[in-house]
Ligand binder design. Structure first.
Ligand code: PLP
Length: 425
């Protein structure tokens, strides 16, 4: 029944039923976790034989990958990430296991040295701001926060960030030096930016000449469905920027953390030739070279996009039922109440849930009491501050299906209780 139409007795009955159900779950001593978007063990086992691929250590160029001598990555790995990110391999810098680490380096480099030779390092400025489409990825916000950069929230809409807001802020304020985005199967909203949104990003006219888009394509190949028509497609930002002569404006990132191994994968970044030379020069102070043994292991195991798709469909077969469990629980238990909304992603790692305003913290606390850990309410906003106290990020990948079903029961009862309490107050 629609919550708006419930009278006081209906609400009291709903509250009592939810309290009873949650008391029952509390007595069971559950220990369930839907907090972080980690691959489950079954997913990690998909690529177990990756370690058998490496019997010879020479890359395509004949270089021994066990030795020093190549900062930018093995040619075969650069080619693979070039295909994932839609750029020429010469623009790809393949790093260690973490793309987040490369983002941290890139912000840090701009902070200490400037985005290009001769440009003012950000630490010399009174104020530096980054736009943070929210809900978004908490670790992005943590990186800029670490460098004392002000994180400015911008709303996320159905087809990407609010571009009216972004265009205005970027054009009017030279302190705005960057924007964080996850353009495909976004964390947490699961959406993929429309062509129009990508084109508007590529046409931005920043007041700051050293403004950069941090295009974190972490879920570039993470489709839940095999059929072409059930996959999202993202327009190539680099091609669009190039048409406008603005290709220095973007850094693109990706990794195999959710392809092979979350901590044993390969991260990469891609950028314009000018940006590439500057990043390479400065990165060369921090390291002589990344783990090219692992890069070669990956390139042997995943030599091309067809091989990559086969691996990703293995992940999809494990993840799809989990996402469908979450979505069918929400639909069955909460749709009729007509007081919440949630994303229905076709890829990525998250379902983004919007509870009645002012109840997200309460829901997360109720779940915790009943043994279900969720990402903290507010975590998806800069400074942990969701102005509506409404968004909750659900991560279905890690728990086994049977646990996920129970966890979703607890979640839905917690939503009902918090919503009834709110309506009664
Ligand atoms: C949007 C996004 N970017 C980056 C990462 C981390 O990537 P990596 O493991 O390559 O550092 C994650 C992990 O959850 C993510 O969701």
């Amino acid at each position: 029944m629609d919550m708006q139409k419930m009278n006081k007795d209906d609400l009291l009955a709903l509250k009592a039923a939810a309290e009873q159900a949650l008391a029952d779950y509390r007595s069971r001593g559950l220990q369930l976790n839907m907090a972080r978007g980690k691959p489950c063990t079954e997913q990690l086992d998909l690529c177990a034989s990756i370690h058998e691929t490496l019997t010879k250590f020479k890359d395509e160029d004949g270089a021994d990958v066990r030795n020093y001598g190549n900062l930018v990555g093995t040619p075969e790995c650069r080619r693979l990430f070039g295909q994932i990110l839609g750029v020429d391999p010469s623009q790809v810098l393949v790093g260690g296991s973490s793309s987040l680490n490369m983002m941290h380096f890139t912000v840090g480099n701009a902070y200490v040295r400037g985005v290009l030779d001769g440009m003012t390092p950000w630490h010399k400025l009174d104020k530096v701001k980054f736009l943070c489409p929210s809900p978004g990825y908490d670790r992005h916000f943590a990186v800029t926060n670490y460098f004392n950069i002000e994180n400015v929230p911008v709303p996320m809409l159905a087809d990407g960030p609010d571009m009216d807001a972004i265009e205005k802020l970027v054009a009017s304020d030279p302190a705005v030096k960057g924007v964080w985005v996850v353009p495909k199967y976004s964390n947490p909203s699961g959406i993929t930016f429309s062509d129009e949104v990508v084109r508007r990003f590529a046409a931005l006219n920043p007041a700051a000449e050293d403004f950069r888009i941090f295009w974190d394509n972490a879920y570039a190949v993470h489709d839940l469905y095999a059929e072409e028509e059930n996959r999202d497609h993202l327009l190539n930002i680099y091609d669009e920027l190039k048409k406008n002569g603005k290709e220095d404006m973007v850094y693109m990132f990706a990794s195999t953390s959710k392809v092979t191994m979350a901590t044993g994968g390969v991260g990469a970044m891609a950028m314009s030739p000018r940006n590439f030379e500057w990043i390479k020069k400065n990165l060369g102070v921090a390291t002589i070279g990344f783990d090219r043994v692992n890069q070669l292991r990956h390139a042997r195991y995943i030599p091309d996009m067809q091989a990559l798709d086969r691996v990703m469909q293995g992940h999809a077969a494990i993840l799809r039922p989990k996402f469908e469990t979450v979505l069918s629980s929400l639909e069955r238990e909460l749709a009729d109440l007509n007081c919440c909304s949630w994303s229905k992603p076709r890829g990525g790692y998250f379902v983004s849930f919007f509870a009645p305003k002012g109840t997200a913290k309460r829901i997360v606390a109720l779940c915790k009491e009943a043994g279900v850990v969720l990402t903290g309410a507010g975590a998806t906003y800069p400074y942990g501050n969701d102005p509506d106290d409404s968004n909750i990020r659900i991560a279905p990948s890690f728990p086994p299906l049977s646990e996920l079903e129970q966890a979703m029961e607890v979640f839905c009862w917690s939503v009902k209780l918090a919503a009834a309490e709110k309506a009664l107050s």
